[in-house]
Design a binder for this molecule. Structure first.
Ligand code: HEC
Length: 376
């Protein structure tokens, strides 16, 4: 029963199953027919919130009194273009609920073709430069060939029957169970964990699925996808960001605690990372949760008008005053803790590359920079 409970707990926090299809650079993935169809769908279903051409709401970065964010621009000026196609598809299908948002889901109303068409229209509004940047953020190329074509297409929809069987057992919605290259075995995601189901939905096992022919670790790839999806769903406005100097070559997401010595050490090296073209995006992870030593000071940082400076003050790299920890933004500290637990953070600092790969603990910047910029 504990296993089942645990499973249910994981399933409860799990969002949508999304996949990273390898994206061709430069050339757009859709055709004009899709754009035309998407334009109609958009006008009827999306324009009322996102504006006629996806320009969004003026104050989209400011939540209302209930902490709800207004519809953001999706025409290439917001941050929708930071998300891969899989995540965008998931947003349209599942709406904002899995990430605490308010956008309605369209999965029941739209076919997969409709979803792609409406995204084709959305992306047709993106300038070339944005599109190119978006397209070049795909899965590292070395990993792409390990997925056979049939798997890629089945990943989009999942297997309804197996998914339903699992839902019946858990008594709640789960992400689609998708085929694996192994006949009769389906992959499902439980939070950021990956499980494998038998076709009758009765047995599940947690472990690593490795293709001995290609050496690809399919479980690790799926986990990275899950992590990218979870981290990608957090808007930049909920992070403390130290942007790259000049051209942004990579993004490093770091779960941090203000009181951990290695977090402080790493923090001093953030300018070196920025100089190397790496943007650092901090998420809060109070070690020990609400009773941990950094809990309150992380809240103070998130409440500060200038979070960058507040972070340095809290990490004792600078002198200064911190604001009160009582504000709406402080809720992010609890969310960060929960999110960290979901993506497998066990200590701080925990670093994640934009492909979802985790780098454990402090790494000196001289070593870290090539790790982050390279594909390994
Ligand atoms: C009721 C208003 C509403 C409707 C209708 C709506 N959206 Fe949204 N959309 C939002 C809000 C609000 C968000 C921000 C996340 C949230 O709160 O769910 C969002 C987020 C998004 C995002 C992610 C943006 C980002 O920066 O990450 C995309 C993409 C998107 N919507 C596309 C669409 C498409 C396509 C449609 C039509 C099929 C649509 N939306 C219909 C309100 C809406």
């Amino acid at each position: 029963m504990t296993g089942m409970k645990q499973l249910a707990a994981f399933a409860a926090v799990s969002a949508t199953l999304l996949l990273a299809l390898p994206v061709q650079a430069a050339e757009r993935w859709y055709d004009q027919k899709q754009v035309a169809r998407g334009a109609d769908l958009f006008a009827q279903n999306c324009a009322s919130c996102h504006g006629a051409k996806g320009e969004g709401t003026k104050n989209w970065k400011t939540p209302d009194a209930n902490g709800v964010y207004p519809p953001p621009p999706i025409n290439g000026t917001g941050h929708a273009w930071h998300h891969d196609l899989a995540l965008l598809r998931g947003t349209v299908k599942n709406g904002g609920k899995p990430v605490g948002g308010v956008m309605p889901p369209f999965g029941d109303k739209f076919s997969d073709e409709d979803v792609d068409a409406v995204l084709a229209y959305v992306q047709s509004q993106w300038p070339d430069q944005i599109y190119k940047t978006w397209a070049s953020r795909g899965e590292p190329k070395a990993e792409a060939p390990s997925q056979p074509q049939s798997l890629v297409s089945s990943l989009q929809t999942g297997n309804r029957k197996v998914t339903r069987l699992l839902e019946q057992r858990l008594g709640q919605p789960v992400p689609p169970a998708v085929e694996t290259p192994v006949e009769g075995i389906y992959q499902t995601r439980l939070g950021a964990n990956v499980g494998y189901l038998t076709e009758d939905g009765r047995y599940i096992f947690m472990g690593q699925l490795i293709d001995l022919k290609t050496g690809a670790n399919l479980t690790e790839n799926a986990k990275r996808e899950a992590v990218r999806e979870r981290l990608g769903a957090i808007p930049d406005s909920d992070k403390v960001i130290y942007p790259a100097k000049g051209e942004e070559k990579a993004v490093l997401t770091i779960f941090t605690d203000t009181t951990c010595p290695y977090c402080r050490k790493l923090h001093k090296e953030v300018p070196k990372l920025n100089d190397a073209g790496i943007s650092v995006k901090y998420l809060p992870y109070p070690r020990g949760g609400a009773s941990g030593p950094g809990y309150t000071s992380l809240k103070q940082v998130w409440c500060a008008r200038d979070r960058q400076t507040a972070m340095s003050i809290a990490k004792e790299n600078m002198k200064g005053e911190l604001p009160s920890p009582d504000c709406d933004a402080a809720a992010m500290v609890d969310r960060g803790y929960q999110l960290g637990n979901e993506v497998g953070v066990t200590g701080t600092p925990a670093l994640f590359k934009s492909n979802g790969q985790k780098i454990e603990g402090y790494v000196p910047y001289q070593t870290l920079i090539p790790m982050v910029l390279g594909n390994s």
